[in-house]
Design a protein around this ligand. Sequence first.
Ligand SMILES: Nc1nc2c(ncn2[C@@H]2O[C@H](COP(=O)(O)OP(=O)(O)OP(=O)(O)O)[C@@H](O)[C@H]2O)c(=O)[nH]1
Ligand SMILES: [Mg+2]
Length: 405
Amino acid sequence: MGLIRIGIIGKTNTGKTTFFNAATLLNAEVQPYPFTTKQPNIGVAHVSSPCVCREFGVKCQPRNSVCIKGWRFHPITLIDLPGLIKGAHEGKGLGNQFLTVAAQSDALIHLVDASGSIDAEGNIVEIGHGDPVSDYFDIEEELVLWYQKIIEGNRFSIEKHEKTLGIVDAFYMVLSGIKVTKEQIENALIITGLLDKPFKDWTMEESKTFAYTIRDISKPTIVVANKIDLEGAEKNYIRLSKTLKDVVVIPASADSELALRRAQQKGLVEYVPGDEEFRVVKPDALTKKQKRALEYMERFVFSKIMRTGVQFALNALVFKVMGYKYVYPVEDPEHLSDKKGRVLPDVFLLPRHADLRDLGFEIHSEIGKNLIYGVDVRTGLKLPRDYILHDRDVIHLVVAKRGGK
Ligand SMILES: Nc1nc2c(ncn2[C@@H]2O[C@H](COP(=O)(O)OP(=O)(O)OP(=O)(O)O)[C@@H](O)[C@H]2O)c(=O)[nH]1
Ligand SMILES: [Mg+2]
């Protein structure tokens, strides 16, 4: 299984590239002009959760991940997309090509400028003049219309294949390229009540409802209310939270996370992404400007929302909304190590319904095939192959030995 792919969408100038740079610490182009980003940037970011090393009182030696001060970071793929505006599904702005990239993600972060400092076209305006709530709905509408356009654009093919393959497979032929599964198509048809209605009889309204439902269930999404450090942003954040009842909304300051990670790299501050504080290492080494920037963050970010929200948003999306879990397999349960004595070398990021067998296959197909049972290392409990793994499980897999070796 490849890394989870998360796309960052949102109106232009909301801070997507800043968020991406902060999360990946790469240096893509950031500018206060609309449509600065013309090509998607792809980078590696991380999710994090407390490593089990502290609980077990051991020093871990991570191989596929890193442990920083008791936090285990596992890589994910992050994609920074060009900004959207109204009419994008018709190719306005940088429209279509990028929607295709967005649709290839497993989940989305929808960034909005909570300070209201962009207008409907994405130009920087005086703070408070833009409306992040309507920005959010504009962009969501574009996404749905784009899905609908794909469906309507393939009407002929869907109608033709529906006769021989049935409606689910007919849609699957068209939608599989944008990471929609058969199960999701079937669920969307059930939810919309369209499972038994031939596609040729669908009204435009029905095809839009279906498009909306497909978008909704195939791309788990959180909203990040960015630029929370600016005046009036908190008010808009609360308004967003109240309006979007079924969506997780997270306040953030991407700019601050970027500054902190850079300061940390230069050795100016002690800071672990996601931390609720940072510590100045050598106060005397700071320039006046740096000092002012850190004070600004303390005052307008940390004392307001406790953290910058960037790492928190990635974690919330992957662990809470998508339901992924961390699982630590160990070959030697006594020493919590692999055969070479490396302690807690790997953590696997597994989807919601993954069981022991899935873990086995994830490590090696031979382990998956020859798995007999597992052991919960915390309790010594023997676990059957269809045991659904829990977050932060430490597991020893018992595999059938082959041919006297
Ligand atoms: N005050 C404040 N400004 C921010 C924050 N995050 C980003 N910005 C600023 O917002 C402007 C736009 O940032 P970008 O990251 O280029 O925005 P974008 O969404 O990638 O823009 P496009 O690629 O044009 O769609 C820049 O001037 C950033 O410095 C934040 O948390 N607080
Ligand atoms: Mg950008």
